[in-house]
Every structure is written in C-alpha cells, then in structure tokens.
Design a binder for this molecule. Structure first.
Ligand code: NAP
Length: 447
C-alpha cells in the first residue's frame, strides 16, 4: 500500500448526512486515500448527544460533545450540523486554525457566506459546499469551474424536493394540496413544520448561492424574491394541464440587459423563487417526485441540465465526500485556495422590474363587450395578449366558484411583460366592474 501523508479530518454533526459521511470515510478509506493522494484520518465526530441513535454504526470512541479541541490541528473540517450557530463560529474557528472547510449548510452560506469566504481568503483557506444546493447533484463545481470561461445567462432550478413531490402528485393524481402535504409528512418527504419548504425559504437560500456563483456577485438572501406553493390548488393544476403546462416551484436566476443608469456595465440580475407554469415539453417538466434539476443556459455552452437526488443522507454524503477529496488534494498540492469570485458585483433588480410571460385567469360576466373591455385594460397597461381562451361556466361550476350563472372564465396568456405593469393592470382589471374574480396569475417560464 502506498505510504500517503495523513490528513486529519474533523466531522461536526452525525445526523442524516454526517453519519453517512463518517461511514463512507471509514469504509472506503483505502480507495479515498488513492483518489485524494492522502490518508484521510477521521479524528473525531462532534455531536450534541453521544447516545443518540445513528443511521450508521460508528465507533463510540470517535464521538465528542466538545467540537473546539477537535477542530484545532485538523486539516479538513466537515460541518454537517446545520443552522447558523454554532456552525458559523465553528467554521470561522476552523478557517482561522488553518483548516479547509467542507459544508452542506445552505442556510448559513445564504446568510453569512461573504463573511465566511472573506475569512477563508484572508488566510488562504478553501471552503467547499457542493452539497449546499441540490444535494447530490454536481452543480456548484460546474458553475464555479467548468463554466468559468463562459457567461451564464439563466438558471432555472427545481431545488426543493418536498415541493416538487407535492406538485408532482397534485399534477399526476388531481389531488388537493392539503391532502398531499399530509401524506408527504407521513412518508417523511415533508417536515412536521413544512414552512421552510412550502413557503420557498429553502429554495431561496439555494437560489442565492447559485446566483452568487453564476453571476460572480454576492447575492444577499433578502434580494431574492420569494413565493411558495401554498396558494396552488387543484383547479390551477387542472387549468395548467389543460393549457399544456405543469406548475413547478422554480428558482430563477437571470442576467438581463438594463440601461446604464441602473448598471454601469449594462447588465443586472434577477433572483426569484415562485411557482411557475412550465411547458410540458421543457426538460424541467419531466422532473418527478422529490428529484431536483438545474437547467443552465450559458452563452457558449448552450442549454445544460443537471438532474438527480436533491436530498437524502447517503446521496448528499456523495457530494460532501467529493469536496473532502478536493480539499485533501489541495492540501497536498499546497498554495492558497481559490476565493469566491464576486468582482462582477451586478445589481440585483427588484421583482417589479422583471420581465416574463404570464397566464391570467379571470371570471367575468358573460355579456357582450366584456372581452373588449378586458383587452382594452390590458393594452392600456402595456400587457400584450398572446392567447385567450373563454369557457362559459356551467351552472354547477359557477355554483362551485361561488358565482351566479352567466359567468365566463377567461384564460389569458400574455407576451413578455414587466411585472410592475402586469400587477398594476391586474389590479385595474379587478376593479373594472366586469371582472367577478381574478382566479390566478402565474408566471410562465421556459420556452
Ligand atoms: P441532522 O440530521 O439534523 O443532523 C445534525 C447533526 O448535527 C446531529 O448529529 C446533531 O447532533 C449535530 N448537532 C446539531 N447541533 C449541534 C451542536 N450545537 N453541537 C454539536 N452537534 C450538533 O441534519 P442533516 O439532515 O444531516 O443536515 C446537515 C446539513 O446538511 C444541514 O446544513 C442541511 O441543510 C444540509 N443538507 C442536508 C440534506 C439532507 O438530505 N438531510 C441535503 C442537503 C444538505 P445529535 O445527533 O447529537 O443531535
């Protein structure tokens, strides 16, 4: 066996991901040593409760409840505790003790990323976080390295498995949101408190991380526009299906051209998370169950799609171990780590300035001249109509919608419009006297 240099690896956290990482580090140690060019010695595992049940059998003597002494003298520190504190302080401690850091902590990177990257740059350390966005799917390294010579125009990601599972089942089975959510909780696809997933917080954290990398700009979490899937119901799903779409919760990161007053370079970005209509023929429409996918459009490379498991202990451990091998190789090669590239520093536009296509569903009085009135309001608001479909609601449908009979449903597809114009126009429609109800307004993404 080759006599490799030994690197000391500290693991913080042995939950769903950490226990699998520890198991694989121990089980595949010879193979990993050959790949890394260094022996990876698991020096210890810090947890809250040494006796807590684990998914993997691990030697008891490795466990400690005191992370600080474990960090000191380590070459690589793997943080898999989650949350902000003490993860943030321990990562800074690791960096300042001379270690490289591997983390899967999207919540921390989306809120304190610049502080952590700055600390690493100061001392020439590296921070690896392949597992922080879209779990097992290699997307951080492709954005950071493989596409470093290209210019990314757009990313559309399904980056939250729980919401994709819910929307996919609603689409496939015609089920209601609350019923699918309850089943998802029973099956372990959704947390007892599902807020972070269904309100889009988790996806927004990942969007901030992906946009920062893709556009070489530090994107703060509060610059990410966020809407969740709570308002999506069976009727909206049915209407989407009938129109050739599927509803997906998307993280959209986009570079756009703006005037020189908005950005001296003429470029700005938008980062947003919302449920959107995706054409059935688009590759993202075929992402089923709890899977994730990230669709990247780059100027030279064209369209790229990254697909796979966005979560899961063993799957995420794969991405973490890839980072550990990279960190070990860098340690052996020496030299300072490559810092985050944020020099483009592009302005992040508010949602009001974003341009996209929309589908507006209205219930209107079924009377002569109503369609012309609606078309006039849209045209006055600089919202151009691409398609209109009109259905007269049957007596039963009207009663179900809480309407008298004599009501028609209009489904209007627009050409690209500015969000501010669109929302002002929808408000005017609602007050026009001919619109009984604005049923839904959904963005359309993907051609
Ligand atoms: P988890 O199952 O909740 O495990 C957390 C681990 O950290 C536990 O072992 C816990 O100790 C330990 N811990 C928490 N607070 C601690 C403290 N103050 N001091 C010492 N130890 C502490 O979490 P996870 O699902 O493995 O997730 C870990 C990270 O990976 C998170 O940042 C998460 O966002 C990210 N991630 C997870 C997945 C996934 O599928 N689970 C996917 C992608 C990314 P005890 O065991 O003693 O309680």
């Amino acid at each position: 066996m080759t006599d490799y240099r030994r690197l000391r690896v500290a693991l913080l956290g042995a939950g769903a991901v950490g226990s699998q990482v520890a198991g694989l580090l121990l089980e595949h140690s010879a193979e990993l040593a050959d790949r890394a060019g260094a022996e990876l010695e698991l020096a210890g595992i810090a947890v809250r409760d040494i006796d807590a049940p684990r998914d993997v059998d691990l030697p008891r003597e490795l466990f400690t409840t005191d992370p600080e002494p474990l960090i000191v003298g380590s070459d690589i520190v793997i943080e898999l505790m989650g949350g902000i504190e003490p993860a943030r302080s321990l990562i800074l401690h690791a960096i300042n003790s001379g270690a490289d850091v591997v983390t899967a902590n999207k919540a921390l990177l989306a809120t304190h990323g610049p502080e952590i990257f700055e600390a690493a740059e100061q001392v020439g350390a590296s921070v690896y976080y392949e597992a922080a966005a879209a779990g097992a799917i290699p997307i951080i390294r492709p954005l950071r390295d493989s596409l470093a010579g290209d210019r990314v125009r757009r990313i559309m990601g399904i980056v939250n498995g729980t919401t994709n599972y819910i929307l996919d089942r609603m689409d496939a089975e015609g089920a209601e949101f609350d019923d699918v959510l309850a089943q998802a909780q029973q099956l372990g696809y959704a947390e007892a408190d599902p807020t972070a997933d269904i309100e889009g917080y988790d996806a927004a954290q990942k969007a901030a991380i992906l946009a920062s990398l893709a556009f070489h700009t530090a994107v703060p979490l509060d610059a990410v526009h966020r809407e969740g899937i709570v308002g999506i119901d069976k009727a909206m799903m049915d209407a989407a299906r009938n129109a050739g779409y599927v509803i997906k919760l998307l993280a959209v990161c986009e570079r756009m051209s703006v005037d020189s007053e908005t950005s001296p370079t003429g470029d700005a970005i938008s980062v947003r998370v919302y449920p959107a209509l995706v054409p059935r023929a688009h590759p993202l429409a075929s992402v089923h169950g709890a899977n994730n996918a990230v669709f990247v459009q780059a100027e030279a490379a064209g369209d790229l799609m990254f697909y796979g498991a966005g979560a899961g202990g063993i799957q995420t451990a794969s991405a973490v171990l890839g980072d550990v091998v990279s960190a070990a190789r860098r340690h052996i090669a020496g030299g300072v780590g490559v810092g985050e590239s944020t020099r483009a520093n592009l302005p992040v536009l508010p949602i009001a300035e974003v341009c996209t296509r929309y589908q507006i569903t209205l219930e209107v009085d079924d009377l002569p001249g109503v369609l012309a009135t609606v078309a006039g309001i849209l045209s006055d608001g600089r919202v151009s109509i691409a398609t209109v479909e009109q259905n007269i609601l049957s007596g039963g449908e009207a009663a179900e919608a809480g309407q008298e009979s004599g009501v028609a449903r209009l489904v209007i597809g627009t050409h690209t419009a500015r969000e501010r114009d669109l929302s002002e126009t929808v408000a005017r429609l609602a007050e026009s006297g001919v619109v009984e109800r604005v049923v839904s307004v959904l963005r359309v993404e993907g051609n």
